[in-house]
Design a protein around this ligand. Structure first.
Ligand SMILES: Nc1nc(=O)c2c([nH]1)NC[C@@H]1CN(c3ccc(C(=O)N[C@@H](CCC(=O)O)C(=O)O)cc3)C=[N+]21
Length: 291
């Protein structure tokens, strides 16, 4: 069993980008600039956005964090996005999800200029991704593909089971895994809360991507010997023994499952850091090739 070290691969990816930025500097070219928009103050969102801004600093990107009040009107938020769309210095725009209930995710996502949509959530970019055209790939699935590539894990012809069908992870992941090289070339089964015989389907998987958001959902008896396990879940569960007051739990029962598999991602330190690295690659792309 080998642990897939997201911290390590993320660092390597960021180091690569850092060199490329240094090159841009010597050539006197534009430096990538990410605008991150955070509405309200959800603890987890603060952490993630903070990590994104920090990564920009490490690589040498510019970043602007825009904090807005929880009760900002939808129209006001849309006008903030319009301003960022028009701002020639901003290459990438990221609006951290989830948004407060009175704001429509769909309207927000549709307002971001596709050429600045480094999350790859805009329907125009989703459409391109589905067709295998050049576009921004959503950061979590992209990060997972980068991780598999880094460890030279052969995916061709394998049966991949994706648990979860969200627009930000499960669905794009299932599409990328099914696509031809440089993507997965897998046979993909996408499963969700209405799937029958989930355990049985999982047992037939060579690769499991768990992205349903239920802590330790994937148990030992759902996993085939030698399977590759990608754990996307990251839930904060109360834990009095931790200084923060919570522990991070993945969607996989790591202790029980890890002895059975060939490769597994830990939580934390697996997919999470790769999500950040992939976002940085998208931000670089937004600056370099104006799609
Ligand atoms: N517009 C938008 N784009 C996103 O890409 C996006 C989003 N909204 N909303 C929430 C999810 C989640 N996400 C994570 C990013 C980093 C870690 C990460 O770095 N995790 C660390 C631990 C961080 C901690 O201590 O909580 C780890 O797994 O090692 C996790 C999750 C991005 N998302």
């Amino acid at each position: 069993m080998q642990i897939l070290d997201g911290q390590l691969v993320s660092r390597a990816t960021k180091d690569e980008l850092k060199l490329k930025v240094a090159q841009l500097v010597t050539e006197g070219k534009k430096i990538p600039h990410l605008a991150a928009v955070l509405v309200g103050s959800n603890g987890a969102s603060e952490t993630y956005v903070g990590a994104k801004v920090k990564a920009c600093g490490e690589i040498g990107f510019k970043s602007t964090l825009i904090r807005l009040e929880e009760d900002i009107s939808e129209n006001k938020l849309l006008s903030v996005i319009d301003d960022l769309n028009l701002d020639q210095d901003i290459d990438g725009i990221l609006v951290q999800l989830p948004l407060p209930k009175h704001i429509s995710d769909e309207k927000v996502i549709n307002t971001i200029l596709p050429s600045k949509d480094v999350d790859g959530f805009h329907p125009a970019n989703v459409g391109k991704m589905v067709q295998g055209l050049d576009t921004f790939i959503p950061a979590t699935p992209y990060g997972i593909m980068l991780m598999l590539e880094h460890y030279k894990i052969e995916t061709k012809g394998k049966h991949a089971v994706v648990i979860g069908r969200s627009n930000i992870v499960g669905r794009p992941m299932s599409i990328l895994l099914s696509q031809s090289a440089p993507y997965g070339n897998c046979t993909v089964t996408i499963t969700h809360s209405h799937t029958k015989n989930l355990a049985e389907i999982c047992r037939s998987a060579d690769i499991i991507v768990a992205a349903l958001g239920i802590p330790e959902f994937v148990k030992e008896d759902m996993v085939k010997e030698g399977a590759i396990i990608i754990d996307v879940g990251i839930t904060r569960v109360p834990d009095a023994s931790k200084k923060s007051g919570f522990a991070l739990k993945g969607d996989v029962d790591f202790k029980a499952v890890s002895p059975k598999c060939s490769f597994i991602t830990p939580v934390p330190g697996g997919v999470g850091p790769m999500t950040i690295a992939a976002l940085m690659k998208n931000t670089f792309k937004a600056c370099i090739d104006k799609l």
